[in-house]
Design a protein around this ligand. Structure first.
Ligand SMILES: C[S@@+](CC[C@H](N)C(=O)[O-])C[C@H]1O[C@@H](n2cnc3c(N)ncnc32)[C@H](O)[C@@H]1O
Length: 455
């Protein structure tokens, strides 16, 4: 389409078309996250509920993530191309322009359709008077290209220095990997099939899945698809879960009939994986957040699991509130953490996380370890895991626990779990992007058998 005709077409009065709806929704989500301190996940969930088409829901998510992974690039373009900085009342306009830029690069959507839909979104947002400016800026981005990636300018200084302190040789690659779109990882429900058969089903509908050694239930999709397009998703044959999170169950090595506690269970990804592996587990799924705990039930219902599982809403450190005194054979503590290993999936961590949060989290993780250890049977094991890359939350946390807990011992995990930061009995660390996975930490702690601890 010729530029002038296209211009007059978008300039003519028209009603909001479906193409503009996801751009409007993405703008509102980003305005709330960037300018009003809201959580990306919560805002996305509510925005997606207002969209009927699963492709629109997927597009909103993809746009928001693409913006939040590299906002400094887009702001650099605005600073260079606008005569003066946007006023405070125009923060929504900033969000819309970022939505427009991200569609061009890195998303690479068909340019004219993306520009037209974004200009129309300006009208849908009641910004008719700014639609021409949006059009001009996006067309300039098309002509000149957006600036190259700024040097991680949107990262808080305190977090950069912590990462450099903990991972001097890897810091740059950690930041870069955290700004890239991750692959999509699927977990095939063993109770209903296996990954080889599911991969063939994917191939039949034109989706390419990659089998990865050492991840027995996983398929990696290098080109993510909306979950609604996955065969059997609603029937519970498959879930979306990063490869690194899938390794937690391998670290546990549970057997049928064991009494197992998932101490921080919501929304239920690892609890469900445990039951997919061993449906006869006697499982207790605990979480302090009653609303999030309901998601565990929803997860179990979709996957056809957990009919006998106990779901408890309580603070895991308050044993009197929830523990019946019968020890567990195995515990998984997927601890609340800084989420610094999954910034590529939750880029708003960079906006919302404060340095003071880290000390509070480290203290809470220590209290959870101490309390849960009392509920572990002699000879039993506790797997401690986080999606953090900060050593205070990970290997140093475990080293401190082992030092103050006389009946505890760290067990070596194999290399497939990641690098050994210091001493392999203090756990294994995977950094973001390594083997296509999220940043994750794993440690397995064994309680001395009764005869030894009783001596
Ligand atoms: C990393 S998430 C768990 C993810 C979950 N294991 C999964 O795989 O889906 C951490 C969870 O810890 C819960 N939590 C935080 N403090 C807690 C406490 N004191 N007791 C129990 N749960 C807690 C949070 O509500 C949150 O759901």
């Amino acid at each position: 389409m010729d530029a002038e005709i296209w211009w007059s077409a978008v300039d003519a009065p028209m009603t909001v078309t479906p193409g503009s709806q996801p751009r409007i929704a993405a703008t509102r989500v980003l305005d709330a996250v960037l300018h009003h301190g809201r959580s990306l996940k919560a805002e996305l969930t509510s925005a997606q509920q207002g969209l009927d088409d699963p492709r629109d829901r997927a597009l909103v998510e993809a746009i928001c993530l693409a913006v939040l992974r590299q906002p400094a690039r887009f702001d650099a373009a605005l600073a260079a191309w606008m005569p003066r900085p946007l006023a405070r009342r125009d923060r929504e306009l900033r969000a819309l322009l970022l939505v427009g830029f991200a569609q061009l690069d890195p998303m690479g959507l068909p340019a004219h359709a993306a520009v037209a839909a974004t200009v129309e979104a300006a009208r849908g947002l009641g910004r008719d008077h700014q639609a021409g400016m949006v059009n001009a800026l996006l067309r300039r981005a098309l002509r000149e290209g957006l600036p190259a990636l700024e040097s991680h300018a949107h990262w808080p200084a305190w977090l950069c220095s912590r990462i450099e302190g903990d991972w001097p040789a890897e810091a740059e690659s950690i930041l870069t990997a955290s700004e890239q779109a991750p692959p999509m990882w699927l977990r095939v429900n063993r109770q209903q099939g296996n990954r080889e058969a599911y991969r063939a089903e994917l191939t039949a509908v034109g989706i390419e899945g990659v089998l990865v050694d050492g991840l027995d239930d996983a398929l990696r999709l290098d080109a993510p698809v909306p979950v609604a397009g996955l065969p059997g998703f609603a029937e519970g044959r498959v879930s979306v879960q990063d490869g690194a999170a899938q390794r937690v169950v391998d670290a546990m090595a549970v057997d049928g009939g064991m009494r197992v506690l998932d101490a921080c269970a919501a929304p239920g990804g690892k609890a469900a994986h445990l039951l997919e592996r061993e449906s006869s587990l006697d499982l207790t799924a605990l979480d302090i957040d009653r609303r999030r705990l309901r998601q565990v039930q929803t997860t179990f219902d979709r996957l056809g699991l957990g009919a006998d599982a106990r779901l408890l809403a309580a603070d895991a450190t308050d044993l009197a509130a929830w523990w019946d005194g019968v020890p567990f054979d195995a515990i998984v503590l997927d601890a609340p953490c800084s989420a610094t290993g999954i910034i590529r999936r939750q880029p708003d961590v960079l906006l919302h996380r404060r340095e003071s949060d880290i000390d509070n989290l480290v203290a809470l993780q220590g209290r959870l370890l101490d309390a849960l250890w009392q509920t572990l049977a002699p000879g039993g094991s506790l797997v401690y895991t986080t999606c953090s890359i900060l050593r205070d939350e990970n290997d140093r946390q475990i080293a401190a626990f082992l030092a103050r807990t006389s009946d505890s011992q760290g067990e070596a995990l194999e290399e497939g779990f990641g690098r050994a930061p210091e001493n392999e009995t203090h756990g294994r660390q995977r950094l973001p992007g390594e083997d296509g996975m999220d940043g994750f930490f794993y440690a397995r702690l064994r309680k001395a058998p009764a005869s030894v601890s009783g001596e």
